[in-house]
Structures are given as C-alpha cells and as structure tokens.
Design a binder for this molecule. Sequence first.
Ligand code: ADP
Ligand code: MG
Length: 257
Amino acid sequence: MTTSSDKIAIKDFNFYFNEKQVIHNLNLGIPPNKIFAVIGPANSGITTLLRSLNRLCDLSHEARQEGEILLDGRNIRAPDVSVTELRRRVGIVFDVPTPLPMSIFDNVAYGPRLNRKTRGKNKSALSGIAEEALRQAALWDEVKDRLNAPAMSLSGGQQQRLCLARVLALKPEVILLDRPCSGLDPISTAKIEDSLIELKNRFTIVISPHNIQQAGRVSDRIAFMLMGRLIEEGANADVFSNPKDQRTSDYITGRFG
Ligand SMILES: Nc1ncnc2c1ncn2[C@@H]1O[C@H](COP(=O)(O)OP(=O)(O)O)[C@@H](O)[C@H]1O
Ligand SMILES: [Mg+2]
C-alpha cells in the first residue's frame, strides 16, 4: 500500500537479473521520519531493493526493472532526474564499511567538497559540517582529537559510523542501511542503533537489519520479504505480536532463515 504522504512510494515494481525475477510486483510505502525495516532470509531481494532506491542497480547491465519508485511523489527514473542529486538525497551505507584511504576528516569532507551546494566552502565551514555529521553518527567524541589520522586506523565499528557520517555530511533526506551492523561488536551496534533512533526525527531511514532482534529494537514499521515477494508490512508491534501471515510468524519465531 502506498499513500500520498509517503516519502518513498514503490509501485508495481519488478526487478530482473537477466531472465531471473528477483522482486515480484512490489507495492510499498515508506513514510517520512520513521525507521522502516525490511526483513527476510537470504535472497529475498532486500539488497536489490535498497540499491534500486538510489539507482545503484543502473550500473549492472544484466538488470532490468518495471514499475515506479517515487521520491516525494516524483519518479526517480524520470529523464530529468540527476542521479548524482538523487544519491545525495538518498544515501546508502553498506554492510562492510568502506572508508576512503584518507584521513578521518577528509572522509567526511569528501562529499561536501564535491557537492555543488557546499563546494568551495572554506575550511572552517567544512569543519562545521564534518563535526555535525560525526556527532550525528555518534563518533565525534572518539575521533575529535585525531581527525587527521587515517580512517583505516579506526576499529570496524568506528569505520561503520564514519561511513554513516560520510552520508550524513551530504545532508540527505533518506538513509539506506544494508545490514550495517553485521561485522560489529554489541557496543558499536548499540551506538549505531541509538544514533538511528535520534536521526529519524530529521531523516527517513530504511534498514535491512542485522537480525530480527535489531528490527524489533529500532524499527517503527516492518516489511517481511520472502523470495522477492512482500509477505506483509505493518507497525512493528503488530508484525511481532500479531502477524497476519503464517510465514511471517514462522520467520520471526526463528523457524527458518
Ligand atoms: N548481480 C547479480 N546478478 C545476478 N543475480 C543477482 C545479482 N545480485 C543478486 N542476484 C540474485 O538476486 C536475488 C536477490 O539477491 P539480494 O537482493 O542480494 O537478496 P538479499 O539481500 O535479500 O539476500 C538472489 O537470488 C541473488 O542471487
Ligand atoms: Mg542483502
């Protein structure tokens, strides 16, 4: 179901890799300022869906899609949509942190330096943007005294929060997170979850959570996908306490997946 107040509306969406269909007739509305979790066992099409939301799948020549994805009511594939601008508005954080081989500060300042709106800003303006993004990603206190150290010297959990800060520095509207805590210790995971809950006041967040428990802790709404099909979608408490479909119930109680 989609409504006109959705930040993102996915309509009759089909996705194919060559002849293989990996997303089937998906209709899904993602409301603003909420954490929306998409859950499901491996090969449900969740990564493909997240990547489609900022057109990362455009790069693969075997990919083909049908249907529409609307951002604020506008088709993200409309001919006049700039992919660069779309990816600034809709940022993505992957499961494996991928800092650039440069300093902590430069990782966060990299996007704003290239971006049309913030290009040419002086050092102190960039410092302000970087500090705000690092604070929002709950990393500032740990790195403020070593901003010029290589990003690679950070722990895995810190690198993941740095990747989140890099996205936040572009002042996106939507943040996509594809299993952002899969390689992280519980303390780093808790820090990321706390910052997401804080951030949802200003952003729309779509997360493929690390596991069911994480979906339960952080999300407002949950969509359950299985083999490329949406099985059900609803408010967190409803999906957990009163699932409509037996397969959802089996999945969240750990019978499979
Ligand atoms: N580049 C690709 N080429 C062909 N098939 C792919 C490609 N990427 C993913 N797939 C297939 O698409 C299906 C969905 O994958 P994916 O979106 O990664 O699911 P999930 O994130 O839910 O595990 C899987 O069957 C996977 O093998
Ligand atoms: Mg995946």
